[in-house]
Structures are given as structure tokens and as C-alpha cells.
Design a protein around this ligand. Structure first.
Ligand SMILES: NC(=O)c1ccc[n+]([C@@H]2O[C@H](COP(=O)([O-])OP(=O)(O)OC[C@H]3O[C@@H](n4cnc5c(N)ncnc54)[C@H](O)[C@@H]3O)[C@@H](O)[C@H]2O)c1
Length: 319
């Protein structure tokens, strides 16, 4: 049975009061904060503002405390998780390309940072931690990709996400804290930055289209991605936090099950004829989720199709 956003928020209110969101000033994290506030939770954001922005939370007059600091800083972590019954752990370096040149940074922030976050959550008495995982752990597996697919990470980012998941499983298996690891496919929506080469492709193409500029496609443009709207991800994260019989660190795909290739995306966004450059190391050819487990375990199915989702960032797609 699929659960609507308003009934998710109602159920959530009955389960959690105070929630720590790491990375809550970022793109997905700030939308999650909005959802948690609609559900009546008090939220504490822990963010070092390396890619996040305070403006993303400026519309919250109250109910959101902000701890500016790194997940690598024990004092900042303790401040942020104090009194929280749930931790939504989204803080991360987020770029496959950057991880190729700075692998140690990714091991530290994404791998070690998750273990330290788990330790702090346990020490504070939190009941659950939800990790923002990534479909990148599957590497170039043939779609549709289910969670039974053997991971084959092709970048330090993906390797570190896999390590982060293994910490979540180990803590759950040791009975220290319940955990679950949604693996996001390609998330898009309002507030996604377009000013970084590391951003999501929709944000970059949309910004170029608005300026009448030519998009660059790495490779032949036939690579496919499974684009999931951020509001669907927020609902899925809240369902993941609430699920009662799935907190042993399970991986759960968050995707739509539909692939769109980049040539089609450029056409729909009216981004003009693309310029092609060589494919980049670590780039994945096809990435489309089998979303069946999320539906079975969490009652989570996406509701926002690409055309509707693109209108949320100000685009009226062609047919
Ligand atoms: N956007 C996607 O398509 C996508 C896909 C798969 C997984 N994810 C995961 O979702 C999460 C959120 O990503 P996003 O797209 O919103 O990116 P984002 O860059 O907007 O958010 C990441 C946030 O983490 C913060 N941060 C980074 N390092 C930190 C540190 N050491 N301490 C505290 N805060 C830190 C940043 O300032 C930022 O606010 C990440 O874990 C990312 O790996 C995103």
C-alpha cells in the first residue's frame, strides 16, 4: 500500500520528536528539514556549509536549531545529537569526479565520518539512524538494478558509501542502534546547485538552457539515469525512519525504475545541441533502479514523474 505525504507526516509525529539532520543545509537535507517540520518534529541541523547554504533553511523561523561544524568534530556531533531520538545522516562530500582526485577526503568524511556519527548517536541514546546511501555502489551493473546486485564501486565516493553502509550494518547487528541505508539514484528538484561542475545534471542543464547556452555531455549521451524528485526522496526517508521490521542496516533503492538518457534530457529541457567530450573516469553507463524492495518493505513508491518534477524547477518540458 502506498502512503501519502500527509499521512506519513502524521505517523511520523507519533514516533519522533527531535531529529538531527546532518547535511541539513544542503539540497536534499533542507527539503528533509521542511518535511520534518511539517510533521511537527524539532530539528537540529549539523552542517559545515562546505556545499550547503544557510539560505536553504532561512524560511524556518523556529523549530530548527543550527550547529555549524563538521561531522568530524566530536563536540559539534555531541551538540547536534543531544536529545535526538533519530539521526538522518546526509552530510557527505558528494562528487564522484572530486573523489577521484581526493580519495582520502572521501574515506574520512564519508566512511569514518559515518562511523563517528553512529558512535555519537548511540552515546546520545538515539534509537535510529538513516544513512543517505548512493546507487553509485552498484558501478556499471545492468539495469534494472536490485539490491541483490553485487556492489562494484567504481570510484572512491562509491567505495566510501559502501564502507558507510557496512558501519551501519555492524552497529545494527551489534544491537547498538537500528539503521537503514536508502540508496538514492539521481535526485533533482528546487535548491539543487547549478554553480558547481559536481552538481546534478538536471540542475546544470536547466541553468544552461535558461541562459541559452550549450550543455556539455561526457560520452555519447546515451547513458541513462533514474531521476527521482527530492520530494519523493523526503517521503521515502521518513518512511525508512518509521519502518519497524527493517533496521538491520538494509540497503533500499530509492529510484523510479525509469531511465532517461542525457540526449533526451537535453531535448526535454530545450538545452540546445550538446557539445560532446570524452567520458570521465568513474562515470557509469546505465543506472536505473529496481524499486521493488522499497515498495515491499517501506510502502514507498515515487509519485512525481519527470515532466511534473521539472516544472517544480521552473521548466515546461516539451512532449
Ligand atoms: N543528489 C543526488 O543525486 C544524490 C545521489 C545519491 C546520494 N546522495 C547523497 O545524499 C546526501 C545529500 O546530498 P545532496 O545532493 O543534498 O548534496 P549537498 O552537497 O547539497 O548536501 C551535502 C551537505 O553535507 C554538508 N557537509 C559536507 N561535508 C560535511 C561535513 N564534514 N560535516 C558536516 N556537513 C558536511 C554540506 O555542506 C551540504 O550541506 C549525500 O549524502 C549524498 O551523498 C545524493
Amino acid at each position: 500500500m502506498i502512503v501519502s505525504a500527509s499521512s506519513v507526516e502524521e505517523q511520523f509525529r507519533a514516533m519522533f520528536e527531535r531529529v538531527c539532520v546532518t547535511g541539513g543545509a544542503g539540497f536534499i537535507g533542507s527539503h528533509l528539514v521542511d518535511g520534518l517540520r511539517r510533521a511537527g518534529a524539532t530539528v537540529v541541523v549539523l552542517d559545515d556549509l562546505s556545499t550547503g547554504r544557510r539560505e536553504n533553511l532561512a524560511h524556518h523561523a523556529d523549530g530548527v536549531d543550527f550547529v555549524e561544524g563538521s561531522i568530524g568534530d566530536a563536540t559539534a556531533r555531541e551538540d547536534a545529537v543531544a536529545g535526538c531520538d533519530l539521526v538522518m545522516h546526509l552530510a557527505s562530500r558528494v562528487s564522484v569526479a572530486e573523489s577521484m582526485s581526493e580519495p582520502e577526503l572521501y574515506r574520512r568524511v564519508v566512511g569514518t565520518g559515518t562511523r563517528e556519527m553512529l558512535e555519537s548517536a548511540v552515546a546520545a541514546g538515539a534509537r535510529r539512524l538513516v544513512l543517505a546511501g548512493s546507487c553509485s555502489v552498484y558501478g556499471d551493473a545492468p539495469p534494472p538494478i536490485s539490491e541483490a546486485t553485487t556492489p562494484a564501486p567504481a570510484s572512491p565516493y562509491a567505495e566510501a558509501k559502501l564502507v558507510a553502509e557496512s558501519h551501519c550494518r555492524a552497529f545494527a547487528e551489534a544491537g547498538r542502534i537500528a539503521t537503514i541505508c536508502p540508496r538514492f539514484f539521481n535526485v533533482y528538484g528546487p535548491r539543487q546547485r547549478a554553480d558547481s561542475p559536481y552538481s546534478g545534471v538536471i540542475a546544470i542543464f536547466a541553468a544552461l538552457a535558461a541562459r541559452g547556452e550549450t550543455p556539455v555531455i561526457f560520452g555519447d549521451g546515451r547513458q541513462t539515469r533514474d531521476f527521482i524528485h527530492v520530494e519523493d526522496v523526503v517521503r521515502g526517508l521518513m518512511l525508512a525512519a518509521m519502518a519497524t521490521d527493517t533496521h538491520g542496516g538494509e540497503a533500499v533503492n530509492f529510484g523510479t525504475g525509469r531511465g532517461t538518457d542525457l540526449l533526451e534530457l537535453a531535448r526535454v529541457l530545450r538545452a540546445g545541441p550538446p557539445r560532446f567530450e570524452a567520458a570521465r573516469d568513474g562515470d557509469i553507463r546505465h543506472s536505473v533502479a529496481d524499486p521493488g524492495r522499497a515498495a515491499r518493505l517501506l510502502g514507498f513508491e515515487t509519485e512525481i514523474d519527470l515532466a511534473t518534477g521539472l516544472s517544480s524547477i521552473g521548466h515546461r518540458p516539451t512532449s
